[in-house]
Every structure is written in C-alpha cells, then in structure tokens.
Design a protein around this ligand. Structure first.
Ligand code: OXD
Ligand code: MN
Length: 622
C-alpha cells in the first residue's frame, strides 16, 4: 500500500496544512495514492507559483510560445475537439431519478470504473493542486473549488479563466463547502495528446460535489471549473433558491446616456454569446456562466463565476469582432488552441486575411488538401478552435466585474441559432412567459460539441447539456425565482441567424447591437412596442432611427416586415415539438397554461389573417 507521504516534500505538505482543512488534505492524499504522480506541487495565490504553472506548460510541451509576447499555442487531440457528451455521465445513486435528458451511470459502477482507470494514471507526471474561487473573492455568491490535474495546460488555462482562491480556502475554517475536480490527460503520444481517447470518462458525482475527468484535454472536458462546475452548481442552486445559468453578463450603454444597464444572456455554444458581450461600446463582465440571486432590495443580482474568456476564434475578424480581434493580435498572456501555426503566427478560419498553405495544426503537420484517416479534408484550423484570455486585460471590461455583490440584472436574453422560426428580438409578455420562452429555446448544433452539426436541438435556457436535475425542477426553479423578486428583469429572445430560402443570412452580424440597445431602451420605457402573439416586437420607425444613428446604415421597411414576420406555421410546429419534449417531464401546470395560451394566440392570428406568415403590418389590430 502506498502512503501519500512519499510523494510530498515539506513545502507541499506545509501548504496543505496551512489551509487547516482536513477535507482538502484527505482528498489530496487519496488522489495521490490512487494516481501515483512522481511529484505533487501545491500552487498558492502567489505570483511566483502562478508563473511556475505557465512555465511548466511551456517546458513540458503542452504549450509552445508564439511570436507575440505572452501568446502560446496548445493542441488537443484530433478527436478531442469539443465537449464529449457521450462520455460525460452523472453518477446516479440507486434511489434517484433524474430524467431522460441526463446521461447517467449507476454511481457504484461508475466510481469503480473510474477509480480502476485512474489507478496509477499520473505515473511519471507532476500533479498540480490548485485552489480557485468560482465567483469574485469575498463574495456570498462564490464557491471555492479545488482542482487536481496532471496537465499544466489545464492549470494554466484555469489561471486565466478563474480567480485564484488559496486564501479563500482558509476562510472555510475547515468546512467541506467546496467543489473538487480531478483531471488526468492520461498517457500522452509523441505530440503530447491524450492517447487513450477511447477511455475518456467524465463522471459527475453530485452526491459529493466532485467530478473525475480523464484521458482528455479539450477544456470543455478537462477544466473542472468550467462546464463541470457548471453542472455541480446547477445541482446546488436548484436545491436552494437561486439560479446557475449558461449566461454572459454585460453592461449595456446607449450613446449620450449616462447609465449602465446590466443584462445577462443565455445562448447555446457558438451562437453569439461572447460576441454579444463584446459588442463595441458595451462593457463585459462575463461571457459564459453566471450565478443569479435575489438581492436584499428584491432585485436580481448576478456575478460571473469566471474571470476570463475561453472563446471560439472562428470568424473573429476585424470587421465582425473588432475588440476580440484587437486583443488576439496584441501582447498579453493568451493561449490559442487548435489553430494553424506558421512561422510563430496563428491562423484560423474566417479571420479575414490570407492564410498559409502549410503549418502545424490540431492534426500535426498540415498542408492544404491533406486528408485525415477517414479521408476527410482537414481544415486549416478546427471550427471550434479557441482563445483563452483574462478579462481584466480588456479595455471594455466593466468596472463592476469584481464586485462581490454582483450587479443588478434588468434584462435577460435567450438566444438560439434558428434559421426559420423566431424574430430577431422579442420581449416576453411577463416573467412567466419569459421563462416559458427560455424553456422552449432551440438551436441548430455547432462544432462546440462532438457530433453532427446543423441539427435542431432543444436546450432550455441554453443549459440542457449541463442540467443535472429533472427538467421540471429546473424550470420550476425559474418560475419560483421570479415570483420572489420585487424587481424582475425583463426577458427577451433574440435570433441572429434567420436565413432566406437560399440559405443566406438576412441580417448582418453587427445588427445584434441594435436588438440589444432596443431591449435596453425597453427596460427604461423609452420605446414603444407592438404586442404580438409571441410577445412585444420593435416598431419600424424606432429601428430605422437606431440603425441610422448607431450603425449609420439604412434599415428598410421591407427588411423589417420580412424579419419580424410571424412565421406562424413554424411557431406552431415548434410548440408541438416542445409539447412532446415536456410531456414526459411532469411539468408544473403554469407551463402548460402558458403553452396553451401561446398556441391559442397564434391560431387566432392565423385564422384572422388567413396566412401562415404574418408581417408586422398585418398584426396592427392584434
Ligand atoms: C463553451 C461551451 O465552451 O458552451 O462555452 O461549449
Ligand atoms: Mn458555454
């Protein structure tokens, strides 16, 4: 039997002891005995410790330096380029039922399997033990998180994406109130990529607030604090009285108005969440995960649990995403992943410039036209290639980003990738209707998860992949949350992805700025709206004026009528899909009554107008 002692030096042991938390010590000891690393290093909040992690990632080849100062490149395995939903499972205790949407495995069986696979998995490697805070320091919102990993890239990424929390752990005064994550990239091949990809496992133990993830490197699979913590926090908040959401938080600013109105927004992966939060002229607090609680004054406050961005780089170019582009091309600590590198310079899809014909990418040595083992042509970079940066280095970071009290949220947006059904922006009739619209969110799949792209998938609040409680519970928690609030945020839906019959987008990327600013003006009661069966939509003259003054481009009545038409037949079809999904979920009666009324309103409009497609001008007397 190994004792943990043989793996620790005095510094490591002292650093653990200084936390005065036996739970932490026991976890680390147990994981060391199981994984048998050759060395254990505990990282504190000290700048020298943190710098060590980055150096290690460069030294062991998980990252390579690029020409611009602070930039590095990391590659994940060719088959490890997105979240692996098939191998992400919740460990299900015998007496629990969670619902069809959750991939589960019997808890005892799952634990046995993963512990067997983890036996000696870190042999010859260094185990890094890191402490973080999910959320701002000294905040009642935040949850301490312990990360154990044998990947310096994972530890480094987390350093860019989260607040270091060694000192926060001391404040626990010995209590076990933290999440923990154990990751191993497993055996690596000669290119430094996880070899045993067929034994990739991501097992989420909601009973003990912990996740084990092995034989993978892609951050959505490997970083405990990102999508793995999101699942644990959803479980926690839904057994309490707050919300954990797949949401950005941003400050919205109208030109010539001296105010900041905070919005949060949930969009499925790769549907414009980061680029909305980074719209020029606005300020960002976070682009991915938010904790929302009722504040003392009855309003809704939110914090970003992260402090960085793990963003999709595809199509980031100086025209569509000028702020992100600028930050990717200037010196700062930044990790690119799965892009093409040629002569120390990164290249990605849709970057708006000539790209080289050769280089190194997520496949290895690459040249244009090269095929993979399945005979598919390898693109110069993966569609889901990413950049990882700290938020605080951005010029557009909001001054309240680190406020332990969070910010007051006045507007919530639910957006999806929808080529043929929803209008570009719509305000819900009230909170409950807004929750319903969030619960109906559908989106066409993208490269952020493994599997086929372009399929229409239902994802309530863009969170389905991460909801580890029954859907009824998750949605009911939203209804209840709003009922408690005295100052409810307005709820909106957006759709940036409407297409014409030839498959061309009807709107420009930058137009989302107008939808956002219109929603902000609604919060302040500054613009009127047209009541339609699906909610309130903008008036033509308001949009026309906003396009003119803000984007300096025309917005024609014809385009307005086209994009804001109610596609009644498609909307009704969608309600059928939604009904089928939720029928099995034992949903609260309020959900069904909202659905019935929505259907009645749409059918009446269809009968009155005698059409399946009703332009706003046809809705005047609604
Ligand atoms: C992400 C995702 O990376 O949702 O944020 O996949
Ligand atoms: Mn996300």
């Amino acid at each position: 039997m190994n004792t943990a002692k043989q793996f620790f030096d005095k510094v490591t042991r002292d650093r653990l002891n200084d936390l005065h938390n036996d739970h932490v010590i026991n976890i680390v000891d147990r994981m060391v005995r199981l994984c048998r690393p050759s060395k254990v290093t505990v990282i504190t909040d000290d700048a020298a410790d943190i710098a060590y992690v980055r150096r290690l990632a460069l030294l062991n080849g998980e990252e390579k330096p690029l020409t611009i100062r602070g930039h590095s490149i990391h590659y994940d395995g060719y088959y490890d380029q997105g979240r692996d939903k098939d191998h992400t499972r919740v460990l299900l205790p015998k007496d629990k039922k969670l619902g069809r949407h959750i991939n589960t495995i019997d808890r005892d069986e799952g634990l046995k399997e993963i512990f067997d696979l983890m036996d000696g998995i870190m042999e010859g490697k260094e185990m890094l033990v890191r402490f973080f805070s999910l959320g701002p320091l000294n905040s009642g919102f935040s949850i301490p998180a312990l990360q154990i990993t044998d990947s310096a890239y994972v530890a480094h990424s987390e350093d860019l994406l989260y607040r270091s929390g060694y000192e926060e752990f001391k404040k626990l005064e010995g209590k076990p109130d933290f999440f923990y994550f154990v990751h191993s990239a497993g055996q690596l091949d000669e290119l430094g990529k996880s070899k045993d990809i067929d034994q990739r496992r991501i097992y989420v133990d909601i009973e003990k607030n912990r996740v084990f993830t092995i034989n993978n490197q892609y951050a959505g699979n490997s970083l405990g604090l990102k999508k793995l913590a999101l699942r644990l926090a959803i479980n926690k908040s839904n057994h309490e009285d707050w919300l954990t959401e797949h949401m950005f938080i941003m400050g919205v600013h109208q030109e010539n108005k001296n105010r900041t109105t905070y919005f949060s927004g949930a969009f499925p992966s790769a549907c414009g969440k980061t680029s909305t939060a980074m719209i020029p002229g606005q300020t960002i607090i976070g682009d991915d995960i938010a904790f929302l609680r009722m504040w003392h004054d009855g309003s809704c406050h939110a914090v970003n649990i992260e402090s960085g961005i793990f963003g999709i780089i595809t199509n980031v170019n100086p025209v569509d995403d000028p702020l992100i582009y600028q930050c990717l091309t200037t010196p700062r600590e930044l990790i690119f992943s799965n892009v093409l590198v040629n002569d120390g310079k990164p290249y990605w899809l849709g970057m708006g410039q000539e790209t080289p014909k050769t280089g190194v990418n997520h496949f290895g040595d690459w040249s244009k036209g090269k095929k993979d083992t399945e005979g598919r042509e390898i693109p110069l970079a993966h569609k889901n290639a990413r950049y990882t940066i700290r938020l605080r280095e951005l010029d557009n970071v909001d001054p309240e980003a680190e406020n332990p009290d969070g910010v007051q949220i006045d507007g919530i947006i639910y957006g999806g990738r929808d080529s043929d059904t929803n209008v570009p922006i719509c305000q819900s009739l009230d909170w409950d209707h807004g929750v319903f619209l969030g619960a109906c969110l559908e989106s066409e799949t993208t490269a952020a998860t493994l599997g086929q792209e372009g399929l229409r998938k239902h994802s309530p609040m863009a969170n389905l992949d991460f909801v580890v409680v029954p859907l009824r519970k998750y949605i009911a928690n939203h209804f209840a949350f709003g009922r408690k609030l005295q100052k409810r945020p307005l709820i909106f839906t957006t759709n940036y992805f409407l297409k014409d019959d030839q498959g061309n987008y009807l709107l420009d990327k930058i137009d989302k700025k107008i939808w956002l600013l219109w929603a902000e003006a609604r919060v302040h009661g500054e613009v009127d709206a047209l009541a339609t069966p699906i909610g309130y939509i903008p008036l033509f003259q308001d949009l026309q004026a906003m396009f003119e003054t803000i984007l300096h481009k025309p917005f024609s009545r014809e385009l307005y009528e086209r994009v804001f038409s109610l596609r009644v037949e498609n909307l009704l079809q969608k309600l059928i899909r939604i009904e089928n999904i939720y029928r099995e979920e034992n949903m609260p009666e309020i959900f069904w009554s909202i659905l019935r009324r929505q259907r009645e309103r749409l059918t009446t409009a269809q009968q009155t107008s005698g059409a399946d497609l009703i332009p706003p001008s046809g809705l005047k007397n609604y």
